[in-house]
Ligand binder design. Structure first.
Ligand code: ZN
Length: 338
């Protein structure tokens, strides 16, 4: 069965700090089986590999297939990565070092390629989502951090290290807020959900009233869900409105700068925070970008919302694997959203 179906079914996996998503994808980019598990982020390499293989098997079963039916697998993973070897060099959110992600999954019997999760998500949006029909793109995904992806002439720009695209660590304020990367003033330190939550916590500590202030009782570490932020924003909570506007401003300024530099055809914003806030957030980002975009008659209209949500990385990783191993089976939708 496997031989005559070469290139028919490709597996996409999105490894995140909180969850693992796996999906079996057909040549016309339809998901025919999927699975989801929480990531054993702190239990070490063996537990993580067992969870990855388990999620993969579950998705394959959900598609009524066996591993021998899978022609190839693409994985999106947080980095930094060694793309050649398919290894996670280290991870901020998972307790692994030099983790053989690709080789471990390849034990299921199919070839495996690994890409950065955000780049895979950006590629999914580029070919199958809000970037359809474009040749070049910048994407920014806002969640616990801010990840990015740059695509030029249809190819992900991986850079000399394989890890280029870190839009969140462009400095927007010299000597500014402390970033998770250890430096100061990065865009992520203003625009991520973590940064927004930290600033709301500070405002509450100063005695300002906020709908979300029960999150900060007893000085516990701050975890706010994107949906809760969106709810308080819609209710026009003044503290939340101010911090969301600030976050959108720094993202907009950064995107405008990158638009001036690379001249992408489309700019996509996505991720949990953006999806929860929706159009009002896009509007804020466009307003902030507008005065900084030079000599572009299309201007802020290039900046659009992502379309594929949680599926962007599994779809992107599967498509990248298909392109790498079975290029003749690749189908791109032609329709443009622009
Ligand atoms: Zn940083």
């Amino acid at each position: 069965m496997a031989d005559q179906n070469q290139g028919q079914f490709v597996l996409g996996i999105d490894l995140g700090g909180t969850k693992i998503l796996a999906a079996v994808v057909t040549p016309d980019n339809q998901i025919v089986g999927r699975a989801k598990r929480s990531t054993p982020a702190q239990e070490g390499g063996d537990a993580l590999m067992a969870a990855l293989q388990g999620t993969a098997r579950e998705a394959i079963e959900a598609a009524n297939l066996v591993p021998a039916d899978i022609s190839a697998c693409g994985v999106g993973s947080p980095g930094p990565l060694d793309l050649e070897r398919g290894v996670i060099i280290r991870s901020a959110n998972m307790n692994v070092k030099d983790f053989p992600l690709g080789p471990g999954l390849a034990k299921l019997g199919f070839p495996v390629r690994v890409w950065n999760d955000v780049r895979a998500g950006g590629y999914g949006e580029f070919r199958l989502g809000a970037g359809r029909g474009a040749k070049s793109l910048i994407a920014a995904f806002v969640g616990t951090g801010v990840g990015g992806c740059l695509i030029v002439d249809g190819k992900i720009v991986e850079g000399s290290t394989g890890n280029a695209g870190e839009i969140g660590h462009i400095v927007v304020k010299a000597g500014g807020a402390r970033c998770g990367c250890g430096q100061r003033g990065c865009m992520e330190a203003y625009a991520s959900r973590t940064a927004i939550a930290r600033r709301i916590a500070k405002a509450v500590q100063r005695g300002l009233k906020c709908k979300l202030d029960d999150h900060f009782a007893g000085g516990r570490s701050v975890r706010i869900k994107s949906k809760e932020l969106a709810g308080a924003y819609t209710d026009r909570d003044p503290v939340v409105v101010r911090e969301i506007e600030r976050a959108a401003r720094y993202l907009g300024i950064t995107l405008a700068g990158q638009m001036n530099f690379f001249g992408p055809e489309r700019v996509i914003v996505g991720g949990g925070v953006v999806e929860a806030l929706g159009e009002p957030y896009l509007k804020l980002v466009r307003e902030s970008a507008l005065p900084h975009i030079l000599a572009d008659p299309v201007g802020v209209k290039r900046i659009v919302m992502s379309e594929r949500g949680d599926d962007s990385a599994v779809l992107g990783a599967a498509l990248l694997a298909r392109e790498a191993y079975f290029p003749k089976t690749v189908q791109y939708p032609k329709t443009s959203t622009a």
